[in-house]
Every structure is written in structure tokens, then in C-alpha cells.
Ligand binder design. Structure first.
Ligand SMILES: [Zn+2]
Length: 288
């Protein structure tokens, strides 16, 4: 006599959700991330094409494991997945459709990880809804190939209201920061500034710190370690990291008293941690 393993509570919950496609689709917005893979697999196997499309559109992870699900190819499911990818891309690549449609001023704008075109960025300073921004989070938006002038004008426009600016991981270089420094220096209400994961040299970081003298409300300021901390192969030199960050800290302390300041390297390829210099250097797990 064979003994059947009873379904887990999670399996029962997924089955209950998939009994009604409409219910499953409406639940996606509040569905915990960890339930997506299992529900997606069940929806594919049961050929709930509408749920599959909606799940792909709302997919919360950077990778969609389609390959393993296509071991038993089904054209209907394949089309449903492609349709979902289409809608997912539309959502990601048109980030400015939201502020364009709003009539009231926005206090918070978060467009993390989006692909932004120059045309999108050019629209920023023209958008009247953005003139009273308090929080601007563009972390992960790659600005490397873009002309930063529109961002400079936006920062000038919101200099009296902006309290938090997050440009972590925007892959900016010195030339970008050169454009932004005059506007940044006017943002007198700024309490949080995050510039981690941008490629700035020692001279431009010094220039930036000279220009933040009037930003006395800053309570959290996060800067990337200068490029001169890395050797030719991109590895951190502990000695240079400590020395240069100490020098930058001294420059700032001579002009104002920073409350919470740190300089951080990129995340380490081996241990995924950063080396951070605040009061003392705290090195990633691989470094002595
Ligand atoms: Zn490491």
C-alpha cells in the first residue's frame, strides 16, 4: 500500500489561489516575494495563462526562471510569458508616465533601478510637480551615458525643499559630479545624501566636501571611496583607503562637524561586503 504525502499548507494555499484566476491576479500586489516562484510553477503547470502573464508583469526578482519551466513546451504558456515580459518592460522603461500624469506636487520621487533615457531626464526640470520634492531616490539609475545638466537644474529647483538625495549606484564619473556640485551646495535642507557606488576621484571628492560646508543639517552622508584607493586590477589598497579617507574626513572636520559620515568601497567580489571608513576603517571580510 502506498502512502501519499499530504500537501503542505503552502501547496494548499497556492491551490486555493489558483481556483480563481481573478483572485490570484488581484492577490499578486500583496503576495510575499517568496511565494512567487512556487505559484508561478503551479500556474504554468495548470496552464493558467492569465495568471502567468500577470505574474511575469509583476515579477519581483531580477531573473525569471523560464528555461526550467519550458521542459514541456507549451505555446499557449510561452505566449503568455512573452506577453507578461512585454508589459513588465513597458512598466520599467516608462518611469516618468507617473509624474507626468500627476497634478499635485510630489514630495517623494523614487525611481530606483529604472532605465532612464536622456529624453526622460530632460523632462525632470520641466515637470512642475517636482518643484517641491523632499525625497529623491534614483539609486541604481545608470547616469553614466547621460548628460547630467537636467538633474543639475532639478536640484537647483528643489534646493529649498530637498531633504534626502539617493544617487547610489548611478555609475557617475567626475564630470557628472562637477555639474551637480554647484546645485548640491545650495540644498540647505538636505539631511541625507548617498553617493555610494559612483566612480569619483580624490580631487572631485575634495571639491564636493568643500562645497558642502553650508549643508549643516546633513545627518547621514555616504560617499564612495576615491578611485585612487584601488589598484590596476580593481582591488582595494588598505593603506591608501585609510589614508585618503582620513584626509577627506579631516578636510570636512576643519569646516563643519559631520554627524554621520562614511566612505565606502564597492562591494567586494569575494565576500559581497564593503570596506567602510567612518571613524576607523572597517574592512571587508577578505582583508586583514
Ligand atoms: Zn571581501
Amino acid at each position: 500500500m502506498s502512502v501519499q504525502t499530504p500537501p503542505t499548507l503552502m501547496q494548499l494555499a497556492r491551490q486555493a489561489l489558483l481556483r480563481s484566476e481573478a483572485l490570484a491576479i488581484s492577490a499578486l500586489e500583496k503576495l510575499p516575494m517568496e511565494l512567487f516562484p512556487g505559484l508561478f510553477k503551479d500556474a504554468v503547470h495548470a496552464r493558467h495563462t492569465r495568471v502567468v502573464t500577470a505574474m511575469v508583469e509583476a515579477w519581483p526578482f531580477p531573473c525569471l526562471p523560464v528555461g526550467t519551466l519550458m521542459k514541456t513546451p507549451n505555446m499557449e504558456i510561452f505566449v503568455a510569458v512573452l506577453h507578461g515580459i512585454d508589459m513588465h518592460l513597458d512598466t520599467r522603461f516608462l518611469p516618468l508616465s507617473v509624474p507626468r500624469c500627476l497634478t499635485a506636487p510630489l514630495e517623494t520621487l523614487t525611481i530606483t533601478g529604472f532605465h532612464l533615457s536622456q529624453r526622460d531626464l530632460n523632462y525632470f526640470p520641466l515637470c512642475h510637480n517636482l518643484c517641491q520634492l523632499k525625497q529623491l531616490d534614483m539609486s541604481g539609475v545608470v547616469l553614466l551615458p547621460l548628460d547630467p545638466m537636467p538633474l543639475q537644474v532639478l536640484l537647483q529647483n528643489v534646493a529649498d525643499t530637498l531633504q534626502s538625495l539617493d544617487l547610489q549606484g548611478c555609475r557617475m564619473k567626475d564630470s557628472h559630479l562637477t555639474h551637480l556640485i554647484p546645485a548640491l551646495s545650495q540644498c540647505s535642507q538636505l539631511t541625507k545624501l548617498n553617493l555610494y557606488d559612483n566612480d569619483f576621484s580624490m580631487p572631485i571628492l575634495k571639491d564636493l566636501l568643500y562645497h558642502t560646508v553650508n549643508l549643516r543639517k546633513l545627518s547621514v552622508e555616504q560617499y564612495p571611496a576615491p578611485l585612487q584607493c584601488y589598484d590596476e586590477s580593481g582591488c582595494i589598497s588598505v593603506e591608501r583607503f585609510s589614508h585618503l579617507c582620513h584626509e577627506l574626513m579631516d578636510i570636512l572636520r576643519a569646516r563643519r562637524q559631520p554627524k554621520g559620515i562614511s566612505f565606502a568601497t564597492r562591494t567586494c567580489h569575494k565576500c559581497a561586503a564593503r570596506s567602510v571608513y567612518d571613524l576607523v576603517p572597517r574592512l571587508c571580510f577578505c582583508l586583514p
